[in-house]
Write a protein that binds this ligand. Structure first.
Ligand code: AQP
Length: 328
């Protein structure tokens, strides 16, 4: 079975962009692949964060993954820092990665603008650690949202450079995109992000979710109820494509263009469909939270399963680069 790896940062509230862009797809892929999913806490410390909240966020992120169907019976879920070989391999990859490649990464440029007061090495090195996360499992596929395509391309390049210098070791991983690889925020402008005030949280109560949808930007050219709209320019329509049934999607497409329905009616249909999908997840999250120690066991056994895999790969890597303990 081919192996899949992907990760999510515990950098804030998981939102519906993370869900339809990544997590929901991860759950679908467990049937066909050997899947390893990771809460990437070392990535999350590359921006300012609240130390006292981190442990809780890591646990909460893992809980959401399990509640979305990524149970330990179907795949591995673990925390990046629990398997320190990821950072060891990142250091080795640093030594084959040109700095110029990292400086041209779109995410680095955007984050550097957002965090001018803290443009640290970790922010620049982020994709190298990501490459190590993927390649340490020799994963062939990486299911991510559109924003991560460039980083996976870099992981391929790092694999090529390592293989060329030290001999064939790593596969070149391919991206798998979901059917909703880019959801904009409620501002209808920027990518929905944990760190921006434009997200709809997966665990938010229905009243809050409705309020965010009700006020979300639609096609800006549709000023009045009687104006025809353009679904291709409307982020609510993109969300319909992720949450609504095919007949509803074509109903909305046609009736938006002819002003047959207004934006509020369109949002009400979306809200109903969204809650149908989110309510069972929210319930499962509550159930998991009530089982003391359950998540700790999931994450501990996930880390142990990963350690068995990475031990062999790191021995191979250390040998190939000429650095290994003399007694091994
Ligand atoms: N808006 C989005 N639409 C589709 N997919 C998305 N993803 C993130 N935002 C969207 C995908 O979710 C997975 C996990 O993302 P992440 O937590 O590792 O990092 P991120 O892309 O940086 O997510 P955020 O929410 O934007 O967080 P911050 O604000 O902390 O940077 C990835 O597969 C990502 O593509």
């Amino acid at each position: 079975m081919d192996r899949i790896f992907s990760g999510i940062q515990p950098s804030g509230e998981i939102h519906i962009g993370n869900y339809v862009g990544a997590i929901r797809n991860w759950a679908r892929l467990v049937e066909r692949y050997e899947c390893i999913y990771c809460v990437v806490d070392y990535h999350a410390i590359t921006i300012e964060y609240e130390v006292e909240l981190m442990q809780q966020r890591i646990l909460e992120t893992g809980t959401i993954l399990v509640a979305c169907g990524l149970t330990p019976e179907r795949c591995i879920v673990f925390v990046q820092s629990h398997v320190p070989e990821h950072t060891e391999l990142a250091w080795i990859f640093n030594c084959v990665t040109p700095v110029g490649e990292l400086e041209r990464m779109t995410q680095f440029k955007e984050k550097a603008k957002q965090h001018r007061q803290n443009i640290n090495m970790g922010l620049l090195d982020y994709p190298v650690l990501q490459a190590a996360d993927i390649l340490i499992y020799k994963a062939g596929f990486v299911p991510v949202g559109e924003d991560q395509i460039q980083h996976v391309e870099l992981a391929r390049e790092i694999a090529r450079k390592f293989n060329a210098r030290f001999g064939n070791t790593f596969p070149e991983p391919q991206v798998i995109l979901s059917d909703a690889p880019r959801i904009l925020g409620t501002d209808g402008n920027a990518k929905m992000s944990k760190s921006m005030n434009n997200a709809i949280g997966l665990l938010e109560p229905p009243e809050t979710i409705w309020e965010r949808l009700r006020t979300a930007v639609t096609d800006v050219n549709r000023q009045r109820r009687s104006d025809p709209g353009n679904p291709d320019r409307c982020n609510i329509f993109t969300m319909h494509q992720a949450f609504s049934k095919p007949d509803q999607i074509s109903y909305i497409d046609q009736n938006c263009r002819t002003a047959g329905i207004g934006c509020i009616e369109c949002k009400e249909i979306l809200f109903k469909n969204m809650m149908e999908e989110l309510t069972p997840i929210q319930e499962r999250v509550r159930e998991i939270r009530e089982k003391p120690g359950y998540m700790i066991d999931v994450l501990r056994s996930g880390a142990n399963r990963c350690k068995a895999i990475v031990k062999e790969v790191m021995e191979e890597v250390r040998t190939k680069i000429g650095i290994k303990a003399f007694w091994v």
